[in-house]
Structures are given as C-alpha cells and as structure tokens.
Design a protein around this ligand. Structure first.
Ligand SMILES: *Cc1c(COP(=O)(O)O)cnc(C)c1O
Length: 477
C-alpha cells in the first residue's frame, strides 16, 4: 500500500475501512428497523445501475452512497432475527472480521507451499470441530464451499470405492450404478448424481414412514432387487435433519445394512450436524461412527459467514484416489510430508476459510456455541407448543431440532384443497408485510408453513411476535 499510484493508500484505506466497519456495525445494530424482505420487483435494482463501467476513478464516498441507496433496498436481510425461512443462516461479528483478514492475506491454499498456515490451521480447526461434535478420530475433515459440493465429493469417493476403473475409463465402462436416499433427501444429492454420470435414474428414492424417516426394510429390498438385476449398489445417503421437516433417518440401522453389503454410507447433516455438540441431542447421531462420510455446514447454524461446509470422511485416501492429478508445475519437495488440499477435489484454488471458524470458536468458546444452539432449540420447542395448544393451527411434523412445520386449520374447514389455498394465502400475507420471512413445503399433499430458529440474533420475543403476527393475519383471512 506504500505506492499510492498503484493501490489505495494507507490513510485512505484506514479512513474508508473505519467508515465501513461503522457502517457494518450500525447495519447490524439497527437491522430490526428494516423489513426482512425488500419490496422490490424483478429488474428494479438492475435498472437503477449504470449499464457500463466507469472509465475514470470514482470516489469511495460515491460507492458507499450507492451501497445505501441502490443496493441496500434490494437486500433480503439474512442477518435479521425475523428471517425464519429455509434454514436461517447468520454471520457473527468475529466471523465477519475473519473474512476481512482472509481477503487481506488473499492466500490461495491449493498446496501446502502456497500457504502453510492455511493448510495447517484448516487441519487443526477441523480437528477441534470434530472433537466438538464428538465424532470419532477416524474422521478426517476437509472444507468445501457448500454442502452440495461436499456431498458431490463424498459421492465421487463412493464411486471410486466400488473401484471399476471409472477414473480411467469413465462411466460407459461399467454396469449401471445406484445411489439410495429417502424421498426427503436434499436435491443436491440428485444433482451430484447428474454431475457424476449416474443420471436421475441412478437415484432410487426409498419410501418414508409417517415421521418422514427412511424405511430400512424398503432400502434392503431395493438393494437386493438391484443386485438381482445386475445393477451395482454404490452409495446410500441418510439425512440427519431433512430439508422439509428436519426428520432423522435411522442411521444406525442403515449403517448395518451398508456394512453388510459393503456400500458407502454418506450422511447429510448440513443443518442439524452442529447439534451433535449437545449431549442431549446425541441420540440423533447413533451409528454415525459407521458412516463413511458426513457433511455439516458451519455456515448454516454456527454463525460462520457463508460459505463454509465441512466434509468428514473416514477413507480420505479413496477421495484422493478419485481426484489426485498432479501436474509438473505443482510438484514440491515437501509433497511426501504434507497434505496438498488440491488432491481432495475438483478445485485447485481455495480461500483461507479456516480463519472464520477459528475466530468464531475462540471468540464464543464451545460452551458459548452450545448455549446459543440450545436456546434456539428451546425457542422452537416453545413455538411448537403454541401451535399444539392452538385450536386453529395444526403441527404437521415432529420437531427434533429448531424447525416447526405447521398450518392454519380453522375448525370449520376440512377440505384439503381449501386448506392449501388458505395457507398459501396466509404465507403470502405474512411475507408481504416485510416484517417476517417464512418459507413453505408440501407434506403428504398439504401446504405446510415452516418456521426456523437458528440465527444468532434471535430471541424468544421474536418467536412470540411472529406467532402473534401469524395468528392475526390468519384470523383476518
Ligand atoms: C442446506 C442443505 C443442503 C444444501 O446446502 P448448501 O450448502 O447450500 O449446498 C443440503 N442438505 C441439507 C440437509 C441441507 O439442509
């Protein structure tokens, strides 16, 4: 920064930086005065921006004023405590600051030599994280951007595990392969199969029980049927915390089937995985030690800014076998002693993401993180009780974590189509207020409203206000 003709000079960097830190702090402090959902029509933001880049340098003040006037109005505020849609994901102060330092280093961790601290901090912090989750030592962690990409790599390792020369000869050289998951598995599993050449027909969706959990007898039946037809069972994906209802597949039973048949078991716990930190939630993770891989996202419910997903894998050498390809210019003297992360996936370059998790774990401590997650679960259970006690609302799924599935069901209406219309109207009314953001799903044909508590700024009062707003709007329908 010494030569002001090349980059922004130090004094300007400090003064703009201080302003932006203040901007960020004020944004977070005043976030509740903003509507969580912007009242914006498609194209409105774009039409308000110049269609060509500035030829001459612009003042930073102008950039910041456009941030306020042109960008902020089009932001959906994920950091808002009334964001209770999807799986609400928030960034904490220490996580935000870590991103600043990560960009300051601008290290690229493709191999150990290109930034030893990046590699070794990532290794260390993932050992911390594994210990926090009480996962066995046999699991080695690796960071990817999202759960979709973590699962893609796990499934690629599963494909390598069946060892049919696919690495050399591609998919056309083998019999048809199959992956099994429940009807409620995340769409990213099917996308991984699209990418890896199994195709959508390479995925068999196993039926679920009335609690939206995979029926293991059906899984066994499907595997036997495929084997009888010459199809090779390649992978089973179990979910702890499905996307619609947060149901938990019986991982223990599934793992026994997988062990017996020697099939790779991948566990998708993108949202719920962090609850493995709480002794009272361990019951949902029984059998996890027998999984081959498991994904969980600190960027979802651990207050680490997006993106940050962790894949724990028991056979890292299989993943490496699937992806390692070292060109001459990336060979180094240390290769036999170190881990080069490029060997474990499709990407070469990698951000210094470990800083975010390191800052967050150290700042809050394991106990502080446990307390926050436990409180979210408590508030969601409270909300679930309010639904159960109400004569006008109905809960549509169990609530193992912090997600409540429910619908408005006035006593006078029994027609399912009418109820679907009514609930769709209700969620639209809720979201139109801008004060609360909820999302929906369909369960057994029923339009279902979902409410999630997992944000760092969420307190009991936000759930209470949400419940009052929902009841109020419902009674005025
Ligand atoms: C959120 C979620 C995903 C996808 O996560 P990304 O990080 O956005 O790819 C996959 N599976 C489950 C169960 C999820 O909750």
């Amino acid at each position: 920064m010494s030569n002001k003709n090349l980059d922004m000079n130090k004094d300007e960097f400090i003064s703009v930086g201080k302003n932006l830190i203040e901007w960020a702090a004020n944004y977070l402090e005043n976030i509740e005065s903003l509507d969580v959902l912007p009242k914006i029509k498609p194209g409105e933001i774009k039409n308000n921006l110049p269609q060509s880049p500035p030829f001459n340098s612009e003042k930073f003040d102008e950039i910041i004023s456009d941030l306020d006037e042109k960008i902020l109005p089009g932001i959906t505020h994920w950091q808002h405590p009334n964001f209770m849609a999807y799986f609400a994901s928030t960034a904490s102060g220490p996580g935000i600051l870590a991103d600043l330092i990560s960009s300051t280093f601008n290290s690229n961790g493709m191999i150990w030599k290109t930034s030893p601290a990046l590699t070794e901090l990532e290794q260390t912090v993932l050992i911390w994280f594994r210990k926090m989750l009480n996962f066995p030592e046999s699991f080695k962690g690796i960071v990817y951007d999202t759960a979709s990409v973590s699962s893609l790599h796990a499934i690629a390792a599963a494909r390598e595990y069946v060892s049919l020369g696919i690495r050399e000869n591609g998919m056309s050289s083998t019999n048809k392969l199959r992956l099994y998951c429940s009807e409620h598995a995340h769409s990213s599993i099917e996308k991984a199969c699209l990418t890896l050449g199994l195709g959508l027909n390479g995925v068999k969706k196993i039926p679920i029980n009335d609690k939206f959990e995979m029926i293991t007898d059906e899984l066994e039946k499907a595997i036997d049927e495929d084997k009888a037809n010459g199809i090779i069972p390649m992978c089973v994906v179990a979910t702890i915390g499905t996307t619609s209802t947060t149901s938990v597949d019986p991982v223990d039973e599934i793992s026994k089937i997988c062990q017996k048949q020697n099939i790779w078991l991948h566990v998708d716990a993108a949202y719920a995985g962090v609850t493995s930190m709480l002794p009272e939630m361990k019951k949902y993770f029984t059998g996890i030690e027998n999984a081959d891989s498991i994904v969980t996202n600190p960027h979802k419910w651990l207050f680490v800014p997006i993106d940050f997903s962790v894949l724990f894998i028991r056979k890292p050498e299989t993943l490496k076998k699937a992806f390692s390809l070292v060109p001459e210019y990336l060979k180094t003297n240390e290769d036999s002693e170190v881990e080069n992360f490029m060997d474990y996936g499709i990407q070469l370059g990698r951000r210094f993401r470990a800083l975010k998790l390191w800052f967050v774990i150290r700042y809050f401590g394991v106990e502080g993180l446990q307390k926050r997650i436990r409180e979210h679960i408590r508030i969601a259970q409270l909300f679930s009780n309010w639904v159960d006690e109400s004569e006008e609302f109905e809960r549509l799924a169990p609530v193992p974590f912090s997600t409540v599935c429910f619908r408005y069901k006035p006593k006078s209406i029994n027609d399912e189509n009418k109820l679907n219309e009514l609930n769709e109207k209700l969620i639209n009314k809720i979201n139109e207020t801008g004060r609360l953001f909820l999302s929906h799903t369909k369960l057994n044909g029923k339009f279902t409203i979902r409410l999630v508590i997992s944000g760092i700024r969420q307190e009991e009062r936000h759930a209470k206000e949400a419940w009052e707003l929902i009841k109020n709007l419902a009674s005025n329908l």
